[in-house]
Design a protein around this ligand. Sequence first.
Ligand code: SF4
Ligand code: SF4
Length: 384
Amino acid sequence: MRENMVEIIREKALAHGFEMCRIARAGVSEEHRSALSDWVQNGMHGDMAWMAEKERLARRKSPESMLGGVKSVISLGMRYSPPPYALSEANAARSRGVISAYAHGDDYHELMKKRLKALARDLDELLGQHNQRVYVDTAPVLEHAFAETSGLGWQGKHSLTLNRQFGSWFLLGEIFTTADLTPDAAAGFHCGSCTACMDVCPTKAIVAPFTVDARLCISYLTIEFKGFIPRHLRPLMGNRIYGCDDCQLVCPWNNDTETPDDDILKPRGENILPQLAMLLRLDDAGFRQRFRKSPVKRTGRAAFLRNVCIAMGNSGDAGFVPQLLQTLNDEAALVRGHAAWALSRLASGSESVAAALQQAHARENDADALADMHITIEEKEEKS
Ligand code: SF4
Ligand code: SF4
């Protein structure tokens, strides 16, 4: 193998749109393995049952189970545009929703996989007999562990990977290879005594440095979780309707992050702080059209409009009341239940809203929505 092989691979990676490319040995440290086991044992994966599946857990811990004879992992970072607003601006835009920056444009999974596959084809030629396999974040791969041991970055206290030059606005991908490449040195830990991400987290989901309890995390709640959001967390979610970037927005390592020249995800203006009222008008076909090729589409209309209702309930804007009253008739029980909650927040003293909630409760035929509305009405009566 050529002496400067790693440098050649880095140049190829850059040509395929990966500004970060580092090499790790294909092993998972005891520290990373036990951190994963503890996280799952404590139930912090929430409803993401696949994370706790025995076989999948074992595969995460063993790169060999993903590619026989694997020797090296090429850890790759692909940047995307940071949000074009500060956290204070996003919080102040109360009649608008906040969508996570990585989801402002096209879904990254297929786009990134295409780039990884193109790079892997180059490696097939470069490395001769060796086998390569590519992974994006849906595969059982401990991507943050490889990013850390390869020196691509370090794990921040918010559990995401940070890079000294690019902050944290990037996505990780990996290429496993049977080639024995010279590993890079780890990057070291550069959070120091900072706790900005832990302090700002609205739901206190970062329960300890490097440990995020998904059950409390707004990213999980708005994207992965499909049920009725725990009532005590709803007021804390503010206007975040798809994901949450708060812990990244306050991180000092993101202070001067520039927008990449060729952001393949192509952020769409319509997804930057969109008007809540427009989003709540979307029917199923409208939702699919509005979020075509966007990661938001995978969440589904019901869960997304649930999030929109919560944001309206947190807006303090009684102008949403007429639209929310109509939404009590929505086709999705999940949306009806959260619309009732939002109404009780925005019009706590209104007798006509109280009557509308009673009627909605009387005609409700979904058990979960019924139970949620029941509590909403009881709480409203206690307040008035
Ligand atoms: S994404 Fe939001 S809710 Fe989750 S840990 Fe970060 S700040 Fe907290
Ligand atoms: S906000 Fe501070 S503690 Fe959190 S990841 Fe950034 S540097 Fe580390």
